[in-house]
Design a protein around this ligand. Structure first.
Ligand SMILES: [Zn+2]
Ligand SMILES: [Zn+2]
Length: 137
């Protein structure tokens, strides 16, 4: 399916093709730190379908949990995570795009959880917490 997205401030927009069956959660500690949250939700976008406006800031994590170096791209203005990919010049084979920046995120529910051994223990118990439909009073 076609996907479109933008960072929080709009300086970066992306487009591409993604398979909704390939949406995954990553619980690794790098993703916890990189998102400032409990886990990350991403979908792979083949490089030959991926287009972007704006210039993301990037950070090369050489000691990722996976053992492989990963280039993390985010908006240098608002800090929204955009994607990760293999380091190198020019277009890469695949981009792991962050589902939270996509307009189609309602249709991109996660299909699997990776690095579950690093998952926060409370992640599976969220259903039991009190729920405010808007901000807490
Ligand atoms: Zn931005
Ligand atoms: Zn991760």
């Amino acid at each position: 399916m076609k996907i479109t997205g933008a960072c929080h401030c709009g300086a970066i927009t992306i487009e591409g093709e993604a398979d909704p069956e390939k949406v995954s959660i990553c619980h690794c500690t790098d993703c916890q730190t990189g998102t400032g949250s409990a886990f990350r939700v991403s979908v792979p976008v083949p490089g030959d379908t991926f287009t972007m406006t704006g210039e993301p800031t990037s950070y090369l994590k050489t000691t990722a949990d996976s053992g492989h170096p990963r280039l993390q791209a985010f908006c240098g203005k608002c800090g929204s995570p955009i994607y990760s990919t293999t380091p190198g010049e020019g277009r890469q084979a695949s981009y792991m795009v962050r589902v939270g920046i996509l307009r189609e995120r309602d249709q991109l529910a996660p299909k699997r959880q990776n690095w579950y051994r690093s998952a926060r223990a409370w992640v599976t118990g969220l259903g039991a917490l009190p729920k405010n439909q808007k901000q807490a009073q």
